[in-house]
Write a protein that binds this ligand. Sequence first.
Ligand SMILES: [Zn+2]
Length: 499
Amino acid sequence: MNRLAKIRGTRLEESLINWQDMNLAAEGLWSSPDQGPLDAVVPRGTMPESDRSVRDEIMERASPLGKALYQDPYSPLQRHRRQAMGATGLCFLENDVDPHWAGLAIELDREPDREVRFQRVADRLIKHVILHEIGHNLGLAHNFEGTYDALNYHDNFWKLAWSSPEEKDLGAYDEYRHTTVMEYMSSKGLFADFLGKYDEAAIRFSYGNQVAVFNGERIRPDLQGGNALREWRYRSDYMKIPDYICENCNNVKARQEVLQQRTWVDFDPQDPPQFEVPFLFCDNYYDRMTPYCATFDYGSNMREIFANYKQMWQGYYIFNNFSRDRLQPFGWSLGSAIIPLYYPMIFVSTLAQYYYYLDAVAPTEFDSWDLKADMFAALGSGLNLAAEVIAIPEPVRLCAGWTNPTTYLPNYYFQSGCDANVSLDYAEPGTLSVNDIQVPLGPARPSTIRFSQDYEEYQIDMIGSYFDKANILWLLGMNRPTLLRFNYDLDLRDRKSVV
Ligand SMILES: [Zn+2]
């Protein structure tokens, strides 16, 4: 019997929903009643197809019943990518594949010759590495904000930005979501084999004192470029960029053009050009100290970045934790499960501290930024992931304790290890073998936990790890953000007039 279903449409169901639930269900696109009616939220293709109104969709997702029905570890876009890759024959259980490769997977699927496929990927990887290293030779540092700088993404990204999910897959939309070969992209690398807009701008500025300016006919005449536009970009959702810089872009083609139309001018710091194109940049020094400066992050807003991190964790999790004897909580290896957990949790911790800081320093201004609802939605998802990790049972391989054979300890406390072939010295002879005390893993199951339909208990269907639990608490408490990174970057101390 599905008792939870009985509350559908009742006042009880409505009373269980608060605005924070609504914010999460709307994926950060709606933050509070003050922002306006919920019906005004444009779902941007994120809600299930239905004849019902947007408001009903979001209400249903936000309610306890909706959470049971719609809980999904992946962002809708990532889920779509995975389906597209599954259709090309990729098997996710054996070896999870970064969903950002959907476009490449579809392209390679059309090539019957295995050697040709291999060579195409190898060529691309090598070309990326060579371009990256030549960049260093020319003096370029890493730029870990290249994947966040939507204003300067490859034109193909904006060509597809308003397309259907299917068109995005075929067009390799995700593979154009960056500005530079000097970035470390995504969990398994997204190997850009072409220079980005940032690369050209960095070289032109360093060697020729030139900066890019917008020169399209439709550029808003009162647009302030440079740092002012960069600040606006940090505060505002990336899909608003074209309409912000454009005077009257009422169609997709005009939006694409206004972003593309640029030229180069000599830079005079005493008289900077009005329509200067700003570029986002951060190097190793700030890695993982701001919410958008990080190696292996991917996404153009906080929700997308978190969804990608979570995908990394869930993609690698089962795979890594089936070998349960991990000794190292850290290691420079994506094969080490802690890295996929370490990244999202550092992100959540940094995000929370930024959120707190901005809310304390400029509450009124912060309220009006898209960033606030975006951060809030990502934080909610992040804390849900933390709770999920902590709630996962621990099927660790155990050994009888040294002094008390009835106490079983995780095997990593044993210097000589313990396995099925080693006798248990401290156990009663003949009464117990190591096999007896190992918890069987059972068949692989979906990598998430959910509410069961009748809301009585969590349905737990993923194995866990001792280290993940311990580390998650530590990582959430880490104090490492650099809140005042650059003078233009969310530093509100010099803007007391608006505080
Ligand atoms: Zn490098």
